[in-house]
Design a protein around this ligand. Sequence first.
Ligand code: FAD
Ligand code: FES
Length: 278
Amino acid sequence: MNTNAYLPCEAEVVERRQESPSVFTLRLRFTDPQVHAAYSFAPGQFNMLYLPLVGEVPISIVSDPEDEHMLDHTIRAVGRVTRGLAQLREGDRVGIRGPFGRGWPLAESMGRDIVLVTGGLGCAPSVSVIHYVLRRREQFGRMTIIQGVKHSDDLIWREQYEDWSARSDVHVFLAADAAGPGWPWHVGRVTGLLDQAEIHGAGGVAMLCGPEIMMRLTVDALMERGIPEADIWMSMERNMQCAVGHCGHCQMGPNFVCRNGPVFPYPEVKPLLGKEGF
Ligand SMILES: Cc1cc2nc3c(=O)[nH]c(=O)nc-3n(C[C@H](O)[C@H](O)[C@H](O)COP(=O)(O)OP(=O)(O)OC[C@H]3O[C@@H](n4cnc5c(N)ncnc54)[C@H](O)[C@@H]3O)c2cc1C
Ligand code: FES
């Protein structure tokens, strides 16, 4: 067993799926069955994926936390490492360190309504929450999933959203800032969906992930509808290196995003959210 947090464990690419022109999913399995059996994570945590000879990046875990067989990561190719990861095929190897960080407040949310508001690839860290809640559906209140994209062509997991939408106990609302022909959902900002979704009043827990500007606007809209700021949680992204609170690369005021986050209650990040330099 590897007890060194800096040492990646080898994993094999079991499947690769292209989700959109720039987004792909890697299904990974540790090559050492003992490591695989011992690994577990909480929704909202992330792994450091290491591409030998290229580098390492933090990526959220999107699989079902109870699926012991596979570990899924959905990745947008934006730069050196993520473009390298995009070249991997079945049978190729990567390194994994993790899981790291604080995940979503699921134990504290038992019995309460859940509102997930995500933008772009911000939906990635929320998918494991959806799996978690659906496995224990009766232990949570109303479940609302709101996802926004810049353009309708950017929506990934369309079938998955349609499946969730077909359930009577899940409410799904999708929005695109701009849409091509045949887009059946809302055109405009995600905040425009909060009325349609009948989000109002205290008692629920909101979980947000996406561009910071989108999260700031969503916080304002949720608070206008009576959700207290302490019940709004958000997943933050910062440049990371060590992932264990040592190097300071991910520092955000008094917090290290890798160790104290990436999921924070809104009041903890409020003073620095959107502030230049932080
Ligand atoms: C906790 C956490 C979870 C994350 N989860 C995911 C995930 O599930 N899927 C995923 O695809 N990414 C995720 N990211 C972002 C991912 O780590 C970065 O995209 C990655 O580090 C970029 O590395 P690179 O070497 O490919 O790009 P670099 O060479 O470092 O950057 C190349 C260019 O891309 C820009 N860039 C860097 N990061 C981003 C970004 N996030 N969005 C847009 N442009 C960017 C840079 O400004 C630069 O211009 C997460 C980040 C954090 C902190
Ligand atoms: S990445 Fe090193 S302190 Fe967070």
